[in-house]
Design a protein around this ligand. Structure first.
Ligand SMILES: CCCCCCCC/C=C\CCCCCCCC(=O)N[C@@H](CCCCN)C(=O)O
Ligand SMILES: [Zn+2]
Ligand SMILES: [Zn+2]
Length: 453
């Protein structure tokens, strides 16, 4: 059963220096109360990192086995009171669903990991392979003070990981047009990000004698040009090619043939899948106008107009290239462009028979979600704390073991975020099995089943 108390704690992260620290402290106390075995077992060390994040070191009985890591975060994005069926921090249960900010992103993982470990400890289970659990407190605002500090601490201790599992993808059921059965997408990379601040300054004055162009008009035209001129289609040039090739047999004829031959059909496929926002995010670097500020009074021409634009960079592109395209598209020197945040897409993690993490995930997914018909490498369209761990392993995977239906994706950061009680229990079961399956020292033999391998 979901620890509903965790959802009721409003661990909202608004800006890096605007966190609800009272709630973060309360969350720390809460997990100590509900997971007593995790906090008192002799072979588990817990540390508070960056004031509010938690790092657990679970010492396995066999020091020869290279450790792995499970990552999650306790902070959530803000939630408005209106628009929700139930208040976002009420953890109300309705028709088998628990509603609340953080039920999918990402208290389900934070609590689910600790719950699975608590269950194992109560059964006197001691893992053979050591592992780390990181619960960040500021993932939604960069992870610099939480997740990144955990990574730096482990790096300073000389830790190397065999693999790392974080949030960022899931079991998609009816999300990809043309695929009827649920498919597990394990993201092997995540898109890069570029956030630009655009500013236009012009002389202030009386609205009764306006200039031909105002700061607002100039800026509005610039952002509109960005929106009307999407970044180039790059479908088929990144790991999404691998994803669709793996999923090809899930499509009915003739789409299965099309997907198997993306070298020929990718221009056609990209035009179809870009029509939906999630599909579009696979096709290109996305452009999102997220902040627009100007004006103080209806009869005053404002001196300043500013906007923020957030680009999520396709794995086949880099920050510098996106910036060049933006400058060419705006093509107006009056628009001052400054970079607020920028990083390239993350490296692509191994996806082959030698990749221990992948084999363990496959086996665990098949154990716990037998109705999943394919397991494929995917691309995380958002960003996760795992990007701070690239010095510890090249095997970083993003996968939340939760079934997401078409309307669930927009609940993440949106209204009515929810998880079904059944899905949460499955998540705990997955983690419970995963920890045990990770104790193998050799890779399992390739599985001969109808599953996509
Ligand atoms: C052809 C269709 C394929 C569709 C694939 C869509 C899969 C959608 C599944 C799950 C959605 C995952 C959401 C990603 C998690 C992102 C976590 C997050 O919100 N991170 C923040 C970090 C902000 C850090 C500050 N710079 C973010 O990305 O904004
Ligand atoms: Zn998240
Ligand atoms: Zn999020």
């Amino acid at each position: 059963m979901f620890s509903l108390g965790a959802i009721k704690i409003p661990t909202v992260a608004f800006l890096r220096k605007q966190l609800n620290t009272t709630a973060l402290i309360e969350f720390g106390k809460y997990i100590q109360k509900v997971f007593p075995a995790v906090f008192s077992t002799e072979f588990i060390q817990h540390e508070v990192v960056g004031e509010y994040s938690y790092l657990f070191t679970v010492r396995g009985s066999d020091p020869q086995l290279m450790p792995y890591m499970l990552l999650a975060h306790m902070d959530v994005v803000p939630a408005s009171e209106e628009g929700w069926k139930f208040p976002p921090f009420s953890a109300e249960e309705d028709e088998g669903y628990i509603y609340g900010r953080g039920t999918l992103d990402n208290k389900n993982s934070a609590i689910g990991i600790l719950q699975a470990l608590e269950f194992l400890l109560r059964r006197n289970y001691r893992p053979r392979r050591s592992f780390y659990i990181g619960i960040g407190h500021d993932e939604e605002v960069s992870g610099l003070d939480g997740g990144k500090q955990i990574a730096m601490l482990l790096q300073a201790r000389g830790v190397k990981l065999s693999f790392l599992l974080d949030e960022g993808s899931g079991i998609l059921d009816g999300v990809i047009e043309g695929i009827k059965s649920p498919v597990a997408l394990i993201a092997v990379t995540e898109k890069g990000s570029l956030t630009l601040n655009l500013t236009v300054r012009s002389d202030p004055g009386h609205s009764s004698a306006p200039p031909k162009e105002t700061s607002i008009g100039i800026l509005a035209a610039a952002v509109s040009r960005l929106e009307k001129n999407p970044m180039p289609r790059l479908f088929g040039y990144g790991p999404e090619l691998m994803m669709f090739e793996h999923l090809a047999s899930e499509f009915a004829f003739p789409l299965n043939i099309v997907m198997k031959n993306l070298w020929l059909f990718s221009p056609l496929v990209s035009r179809i899948i870009e029509r939906k926002p999630t599909g579009n995010s696979m096709v290109r670097t996305t452009t999102a106008l997220t902040i627009f500020k100007a004006g103080i009074k209806f009869n005053v021409i404002p001196h300043l107009a500013s906007a923020a634009v957030n680009f999520r960079i396709h794995p086949a592109q880099k920050v510098a290239e996106v910036l060049e395209i933006v400058k060419d598209t705006i093509d107006d020197d009056r628009v001052e462009i400054t970079v607020t945040e920028a990083f390239d897409p993350l490296p692509i993690s191994p996806w082959d028979d030698q990749a221990l993490g992948v084999q363990i995930f496959r086996r665990t997914i098949m154990d716990v979600f037998p109705h999943v018909s394919s397991i494929a490498p995917g691309v995380c369209i958002g960003n996760t704390d795992s990007r701070h761990f690239t010095n510890l392993t090249d095997a970083i995977y993003r996968f939340n073991p939760v079934v997401l239906k078409a309307d669930d994706v927009s609940r993440i950061h949106g209204w009515n975020e929810r998880i079904s009680v059944k899905d949460y229990e499955k998540q705990v079961e997955f983690l419970f099995q995963l920890i045990q399956n990770s104790d193998i020292d050799k890779l399992p033999k390739p599985h001969l089943s109808t599953h996509e391998l």
